[in-house]
Write a protein that binds this ligand. Structure first.
Ligand SMILES: [Zn+2]
Length: 381
């Protein structure tokens, strides 16, 4: 009994200690010096969906969104969304997921193993929304700010049980069927152990391979564009400016020439990196860059009238907590609880025809299922 009692006291002491440690975590402060205006966008009148644009903030939870909202003086383009939901992100073999498994669920509608990319739990390749769009005669494209061997773009175009098989993943692009690609990571297309020149293979498949921004933005012939202007990731937000938005709008402009429509995935890739680094200033800059991209895409979609925009995340990164701040000054004070991902549900925001189907609490695989239905039938049957 005495030992039991001692154990109970020890356990209680541990509880108190961990609680006080939790509240004494070091905090970081950030003040956003470039607040931007946000407009109210009129809801499109169209009822049928022709195009779907899926936007993924890698590692973006409600806390990231609300912290960014505070930093931008209490406004975000994201607030134009007409429907909101919550997505459960668990992986088949692990509660707290990664961009391989979580992104594969969004891209293909299957729950799969941690670190798997575009395959099911047996390792079998599964078709993604890129394949769904191509089967429907639509265009399909992706625009990201990371290396093209990173998990999220690969979830839509490549297949591997292990996200770390970087060369193998890049080697899948020529057979993926995707039309438009913008991202970083040129070095693994040519400088490879297997001797392949993936850029040459893409050119043989009829892609215009673009290695500079000037060439990319000047190209106007068709949507078969593979733009990889950087060896690794794209530059930091302060250097790259509105590059993600401009590259995304270029893809939309080229793919919108397809009368049957298009599917596009746009990723704010580096939110996740700064969540891992527990670096609040860069995390906020990436989140606000992503929000401004959301604004440009929503404005285009509102004019188009037949485009559904869905904004979500694959998982949370960093265990970000906003503990203090001032929305009039754009100042935020936060702490992080992990250098890895956390198990939070992530928000889903939708805008445009079909947006109402994204209300509620559901699995990340349902995001795929609803988008597939809407791409296929224009409505949910
Ligand atoms: Zn991560």
């Amino acid at each position: 009994m005495k030992i039991k009692k001692a154990l109970v006291i020890a356990a209680l002491a541990l509880c108190v200690q961990s609680a006080s440690a939790q509240y004494n975590m070091p905090t970081q402060t950030f003040t956003y010096d470039k607040p931007y205006a946000v407009e109210k966008i009129a809801t499109p009148k169209g009822k049928k969906v022709k195009n779907v644009i899926l936007m993924i903030g890698d590692g973006m939870s409600l806390m990231h969104v609300y912290t960014a909202w505070t930093a931008n003086r209490g406004k975000l383009w994201l607030e134009n969304a007409t429907a909101t939901g919550l997505s459960k992100t668990w992986a088949a073999n692990k509660l707290v997921t990664d961009s391989g498994s979580g992104g594969t669920s969004l891209a293909t509608g299957v729950k799969t193993n941690y670190h798997a990319v575009g395959v099911d739990t047996e390792g079998k390749p599964v078709p993604s929304l890129v394949d769904v769009a191509k089967e429907l005669g639509k265009d399909a494209g992706i625009a990201v700010t990371c290396r093209l061997w990173d998990a999220t773009p690969c979830d839509f175009c490549c297949h591997n049980v292990d996200r770390d098989k970087e060369e193998e993943l890049v080697g899948d692009y020529p057979t993926s069927g995707v039309d438009f690609v913008f991202g970083g990571g040129a070095e693994k297309f040519t400088n490879r152990k297997d001797g392949r020149n993936v850029f040459s293979e893409l050119m043989q498949k009829g892609y215009h391979v673009s290695r500079s921004l000037d060439d990319f933005f000047a190209y106007d012939k068709n949507s078969r564009v593979f733009a990889v202007p950087y060896d690794k990731d794209t530059p930091l937000p302060d250097e790259r400016g509105d590059l993600l938005a401009r590259a995304s709008m270029k893809g939309i402009e080229l793919m919108n020439r397809n009368k049957k429509g298009f599917f596009m995935m746009i990723e704010g890739s580096q939110l996740d990196d700064y969540g891992h680094f527990n670096q609040l200033d860069m995390l906020m800059k990436e989140t606000l860059d992503f929000d401004q991209t959301v604004g440009k895409v929503m404005k285009w979609a509102a004019e188009d009238g037949e485009t559904l925009v869905v904004v979500t995340a694959d998982h949370e990164t960093g265990g970000l907590t906003l503990v203090n701040g001032n929305k009039n000054e754009g100042r935020v004070e936060c702490c992080f609880s992990t250098r890895d991902h956390s198990g939070a549900m992530v928000p889903v925001y939708a805008f445009g025809p079909g947006a109402e189907h994204f209300t509620g609490i559901y699995e990340n695989t349902d995001v795929f299922k609803r988008i597939k239905q809407l791409l296929t039938y224009g409505v949910i049957k």
